[in-house]
Design a binder for this molecule. Structure first.
Ligand SMILES: [Zn+2]
Length: 359
């Protein structure tokens, strides 16, 4: 009997606790913060809220229905794509309607739990070819050129493969609404420093350098991607960076010094942010290629001190499409259909990257 009474007491006590918690939750779940930046809509709240997101046409609207929410607070609203915001309530459903001045093709919803502010964030991104192409400029850099052939095997020169691939990629990206500038569109020599300068002059949003190098080990094969690092992550990355950086010696020694007058701290900050974006692009690249069954080099994302990646304020990556020192890679890279397939994958990565990072 005594035991039964004890269990009963625990039961009553936990029921009270549970009800109290439930009440707390209800009390706190009723406020939602709204932030809008360009085509990204962020809704932040403390507790789980039931919601439904959809688009309506004629006129174009983004609609979100929240359950059991009493208060919505407009924080920072960017009215670039938003014409008006309306809120209404019907029973337990609070409806938020954003009148928008674009017709989105679709939208993506991401849920994030932020440990720092202990809030849940619902992120809605509107996707539309106009939004995506808006001022996004990509510089494609076909490695080597002119008196610098890059890696050579028989009558195959790396500089030719790089340019061929770059032209395919340019076409694909332009079809998707991106603006593209090439550091070279013919067989000419351009110093590494000038390649970086072109990217900065056009204020590129992304810099992609294309290569197909050779290495001593004839078995090394597969596609890989490099982002900038002060220290090369391994021997292969270091060797490649060294041979790429030698390119400037071929064209004459560049005596100009790195901009010493710019504050080191600013460089460091900008570099850190750019580095993160470059790493994010490289990781997305690896994921996409793995998903689409393209042979990647072992540990396909590596870091090295490539001079051409040192644009500081522009996310930059160097893609080694494969190794012409490897028979199987050489055969693939000499095949135009394979280059098209490869560049199609790169264009998918670029698209996904800019959907995740609206400019
Ligand atoms: Zn190269």
């Amino acid at each position: 009997m005594n035991r039964f009474y004890r269990i009963f007491k625990i039961y009553v006590f936990s029921s009270i606790l549970y009800s109290l918690c439930f009440l707390c939750k209800l009390a706190y779940a009723n406020s939602i913060d709204i932030n809008v930046s360009e085509s990204r809509f962020v809704f932040s709240y403390d507790n789980s809220v039931k919601k439904d997101v959809f688009l309506l046409e004629n006129p174009s609207r983004l609609v979100i229905d929240f359950q059991n929410v009493n208060k919505v607070i407009k924080q920072n609203i960017d009215y670039k794509y938003v014409k008006d915001i309306r809120a209404s309530k019907n029973n337990n459903t609070s409806r938020l309607v954003f009148d928008i001045n674009i017709v989105p093709n679709n939208f993506t919803v991401t849920k994030v739990y932020n440990l720092f502010d202990d809030k849940k964030h619902l992120i809605v991104d509107l996707n539309n070819s106009v939004i995506k192409s808006k001022n996004i400029l990509i510089v494609i850099d076909p490695g080597h050129g002119g008196q610098d052939p890059g890696a050579v095997r028989g009558n195959i020169k790396e500089k030719v493969l790089n340019l061929r691939a770059a032209k395919i990629l340019k076409n694909k990206l332009e079809k998707n609404g991106f603006e593209v500038v090439m550091t070279r569109n013919k067989d000419i020599y351009i110093s590494l420093r000038n390649r970086v300068r072109i990217a900065r002059r056009y204020e590129a949003d992304l810099f992609i350098s294309l290569h197909a190098d050779a290495t001593k080990n004839k078995n090394t094969n597969g596609t890989s991607i490099y982002s900038l690092s002060d220290k090369a992550s391994d021997k292969l990355a270091k060797d490649l960076a060294e041979s790429e950086n030698k390119s400037d010696l071929i064209g004459g020694i560049d005596l100009e010094n790195v901009e010493k007058d710019v504050s080191d701290i600013l460089i460091d900050l900008s570099r850190r942010e750019t580095k993160n974006s470059s790493i994010e692009f490289a990781e997305l690249f690896v994921l996409t290629f793995e998903k689409n069954d393209i042979k990647l080099l072992r540990r396909p994302h590596r870091q090295a001190g490539f001079a051409v990646l040192k644009a500081l304020d522009i996310p930059s990556v160097l893609i080694e499409m494969g190794f012409i020192s490897n028979n199987s890679d050489l055969k693939k890279l000499s095949n135009n259909e394979y280059l098209k397939k490869l560049m199609h994958q790169v264009s998918l990565v670029v698209e996904k990257y800019f959907i995740d990072n609206p400019q």
